[in-house]
Write a protein that binds this ligand. Sequence first.
Ligand SMILES: *Cc1c(COP(=O)(O)O)cnc(C)c1O
Length: 420
Amino acid sequence: MPNFTLADSVFEGAAAAFPTPFHLYDEKGIRENARALNKAFSWCKDFQEYFAVKALPNPAILRILKEEGCGLDCSSETELQLAEACGFSGRDIMFSANAMPYEEFTHARALGAFVNLDDITHIDILRDHGGIPETVCCRYNPGGDFTISGSIMGNPGDSKYGFTHAQLEEGLTRLQALGAKKFGLHAFLSSNTINVEYYPTLARILFQVGKEMAEKTGLKLAFINLSGGVGIPYRPEQEKTDIQAVGEGVRKAYEEIFPEGGVAIKTELGRWMTGPIGWLVTRAIHKKDTYKHYIGVDACCANLMRPAMYGAYHHITVCGKENLPHDHLYDVVGCLCENNDKFAIDRMLPEIVNGDLIVIHDSGAHGHAMGYNYNGRLRSAEVLRQADGSFRLIRRAETAQDYFATLDIDVGANDLGLNK
Ligand SMILES: *Cc1c(COP(=O)(O)O)cnc(C)c1O
């Protein structure tokens, strides 16, 4: 089930201090998750989590994760800049390549980051933009379907990422000829998977292919990068992934395939680390009864895209009303001129009146970060509930000035109240 560790009074306290809507993050929960992950993999010397920056790119959060021993997984120039500004460098950064501008490889190499190549053509691009490092990582795509105990969990064959098996052998051979000595192997085969067998199954595939490639190419296998993908229980009936069991499952595969050890493990969890420790706090401001019953809130899908984009479920609670009967069927909607701007469709909730404080759960990963400015809507603030219970604004809400900052027009600043 979603994370219910914060009492309604916490959301009410935050909403008294900051105008809605905003995302609230819980420092204590972030630290607990980082510690649980590190503990689950403590059997592996050189284990490191590289938090996927795209999930929650806020310096206050990244610095907390740094204190907990995490590195960062970056996939763009600005994410590299953010990492650098937060004091990450060298081996604490994983740069996951994609169809990106070539200069980004140069920047990643200048920071000393590990570079994770996505394609065989990236080898020459890296050679010409930053150079081939001693240790280089490659992203593997086994193709076909990815199954766990007979159920299809993902379709790598349809995914744009990674080298084929044949390309991996050819590419690693070429990397060796260009001076690489060691390699890492990475794959992301299934997203938001709460099945505890995901990482162990993926690990077994990567351990075997890594071992095979080391034997075929003579390069040393330095690390296996299990990437992201471990899921969270967005729905009340789902269970939290037992991360300790996940770590033990990976350990079992490791001990079978690498009895002498010597291979490090890396992860790039985003959602699992911060998803459940974030909440979008919003207020009911409209009630509309037509063919259906609508509650209009002051947030919209510019603040949390997942329901509109993926039809994703996000649990909703109404502060102070959780013990009342959930006997009203509502669509909870935002203000975009876009009919899929709905946080919930046909959801049973307690009766809502204008002014009620509504909490949309599990917004801590791929939430604020995915926001956009469609319809001229502005991104909300982000607030951290610090370990001592106090609130800190860690990103202010956007203003109209931010919206107009990239334009060169006279927007009548005085009339708009921009100069206030
Ligand atoms: C998005 C992404 C992640 C994080 O995924 P989660 O589902 O948030 O765990 C990790 N690694 C790479 C390369 C990614 O693109």
